[in-house]
Design a protein around this ligand. Sequence first.
Ligand code: AMP
Ligand code: MG
Length: 345
Amino acid sequence: MSRTTQVITVDPNRPDPDAIEYAAELLRRGKLVAFATETVYGLGADATNPEAVARIFEAKGRPSFNPLIVHADSTAMARSCVAEWPEIAETLALHFWPGPLTLVLPRSAIIPDIVTAGQATVGVRIPRPLVARDLIERTSRPIAAPSANRSTGISPTLASHVLEDLDGRIDLILNSGQTDVGLESTVVDLTTRQPHILRPGPITANDLERLVGPLRVHEVAPSSANPSAPMTSPGQSAVHYAPRTRTVRVDDPDDLARFTWPESAALVVLGTPHLPSLPGSLTQRFHLADPETAAHDLYVVLHQCDTSATSLIVILPPPDSPEWHTIRDRIWRASRPWNDPSSGA
Ligand code: AMP
Ligand code: MG
C-alpha cells in the first residue's frame, strides 16, 4: 500500500502508450491500479499473484468470502483462467465480449484461491474500453478487478469517486473519464445445469435467453416474475452498493406528499411518474428519465449526495418493466422502504 495515490489522465480513445506501460509495470510488480471499464472503475491487480490480490481485499475492506471478477484482453486469456469452456460460454463470449457480461466457470490452476474466495469457480470477462484492454494486454496477465470502492459502498463511475474512497490505499488511478454504462456487469453462472444470473446487469436476461434459452435469475428487487425477491448467492448480499447517507425509496408518488422532508434532503426520480406538488424548500432534485441515462448517472447522483451535506436521499423507483430491471435491482440494494421503521426516515 502506498501513502499517496497517483492519478494519470489518459485519453479514452488514444491512450498514451507510456502511461499504459507504466501502469502495466506497476501491475506486474504486484501493485494496485484503478482503471475504467465500461461498467464502473475497477481496482486491478495481477490475478495470478496472491499477494497482489490480497492488497485488493485490504484496500477495499472487502470480506474474503466475496470473489473477484478476472478481466482478460482476449478469449484466449479468459480461457486460460478456466478449466472448462462449454459451448454456451463460446456462444455468449462471441456475442457479448468485449462487454459487460461475466461468465462463471470452473477455474484453472493459474487462478489462486484468494481470487475466487476458495470456490472452484471463477468469474471472467473482457472489458470493452481501449484503456482497459491495452492495460491487460501490456501486463500480459489476467487482472482481478472488483469495483474500485470501499466494500459495501457505491461503485465509482468517475476517477474522483475512486480517489475519494481509496486515496492513499492504492498506487495509481488511470483517469479516462466517466464510465460508459455505469452499472456493474451481468454475472451468469454456467456451472449449473440451467445457467443462473447471479447479478442482473446491462446485458439483460432477455438478451441472454434469446441466444441460450431459459435462465434462472437471482433478484433483489421484487418483480412480477419474482414477488418475494429472495437473497442470497455467493458474494451477494441485499445491502450492497449503498450510499453512506440514509436512503429510502417511496414506491407510490402520492406518498411523497405525505412525506416529512428534513432540511437538505434530495429527491431522485427515475422514469416519468406524475409527481404531486412538492415543497419549494426541496432544492436537490434529480430526474433520470430513461434507463440508459439512469444507468449512466445514478451513481454520480448518489455520490454527489454523499459528498454534499445531504441528510436524506429519497428515491422514487422506476416502473417494474424489463428495461428498468437492473436499475431496480441496484436501488433495492441501496435503499429501504420509507415506511420501514429500520429506515429511520
Ligand atoms: P464486484 O467486482 O465488486 O462488482 O463484485 C463481483 C461480484 O461478482 C461478486 O460480488 C459476486 O457476486 C460475483 N462473482 C465473482 N466471481 C464469482 C464466482 N466465482 N461465483 C459467483 N459469483 C461470482
Ligand atoms: Mg463492488
